[in-house]
Design a binder for this molecule. Sequence first.
Ligand code: URA
Length: 237
Amino acid sequence: MRLQKFIAECGVASRRSAEKIIESGRVTVNGEIVDYMGCTIDPDIDEVCVDGNVLRVENKKYYIMLNKPKNYVTTVSDDLGRPTVMHLVSDINARIYPVGRLDFDTTGLLIMTNDGDFANILTHPKHIVDKAYIARIDKPLDEKALETLRKGIELDGVMTAPARAENIKRPKRGFEVKITIHEGRNRQVRRMLEAVGVNVMSLKRISVGSLTLGNLPEGKWRALSDAEINKLRGKGK
Ligand code: URA
């Protein structure tokens, strides 16, 4: 079995993140550092460690959604000591991790799992998984700005893929736009909206693929149903 697949199956990280962990020299196989791709191991024979901890395959798989509040980082640990989303799922006795990332100040739907293959389906660029956001903005977007967002915007010299964008009419809540993208570039929605001249006051993710946040309270998590998991998995086929 490939080393990165084994690390993902042990619930440490998604397969792609496992590759980064390997490259950073944190992995040993039978006591030797392996910091290159292409190593295969036999889980019954070889001893694999990450940061000195021996890995064992976790058999029970967890699939949950969290409604992430503001002011939490979407990482397993944080060098600056800020609260991480792990604090909100500490009642789950398994090494789950976030699938993808939401900014510190973004709220909403975050999937977490210890199933590396599942995380890979949702994060690999070859699988197009739509993610929808509601942004509260300081003024409404005119048709020209909406059309610009839909066609794509140049960020760091590279065009964003076409997006869906529509104003939402809920007069008591100020101005809101719903924007749906499938890429995951750094602060992408915020930067796209800033590029068409509006300020983002808050940003919330309301869906990932077929999965919607519904009325899950902020800071709470719930297990996904088998039907929800299978629908999301279908994205990879
Ligand atoms: N786009 C952003 O700007 N921020 C997020 O957290 C997610 C998407």
